[in-house]
Design a protein. Structure first.
Length: 126
C-alpha cells in the first residue's frame, strides 16, 4: 500500500470510532431521559393512588421526591446530549489535526452525576 492511502484509512477508522462513541453517549442520554420520565410518572401514579386510598392525608412535599429525581435525570440526559455533541466535534478536529487528547474528566464527572442520581432514585424503586 502507498503511504498516502494508509493514513487516510486510519483517519477514516478514527472518525468512525468517534461516531460510534458519540452514538453510545446518545443512547446513554436517551436511557437517562427515559428512566427519569418513568420515575417521575411512577411518583405521580403513587401520589394519585395514595390520594384515592387516603384522601384526608395531606403529606408534605419534600425536595427529594420522585418528580425532582426524574426531572434531574431528564435534565442530565439532555445536558449529556449537548456534551456528547461538543466532545464529538472536539475529537473530530483533533483527529484531523492528528493531535488527539483523551479527556477522562468528562467520563468521571458524568459517571459521578449518574451514580448520585441513581442512588437517589433507589428509594422510589423499593
Amino acid at each position: 500500500m502507498s503511504n498516502e492511502r494508509m493514513p487516510k484509512i486510519d483517519r477514516q477508522r478514527e472518525h468512525q470510532a468517534n461516531e460510534r462513541t458519540f452514538l453510545a453517549w446518545l443512547r446513554t442520554s436517551i436511557a437517562l431521559i427515559g428512566f427519569g420520565f418513568a420515575i417521575a410518572r411512577f411518583g405521580l401514579f403513587m401520589r394519585q393512588l395514595q390520594a384515592a386510598i387516603a384522601p384526608q392525608d395531606s403529606s408534605s412535599e419534600s425536595l427529594l421526591n420522585s418528580q425532582s429525581v426524574g426531572i434531574s435525570l431528564v435534565i442530565v440526559g439532555i445536558v449529556l446530549i449537548a456534551l456528547a455533541a461538543w466532545r464529538y466535534n472536539q475529537v473530530f478536529w483533533q483527529i484531523e489535526r492528528s493531535d488527539y487528547q483523551p479527556n477522562r474528566l468528562i467520563i468521571w464527572v458524568t459517571a459521578g452525576i449518574v451514580i448520585v442520581l441513581g442512588v437517589l432514585s433507589i428509594p422510589f424503586l423499593l
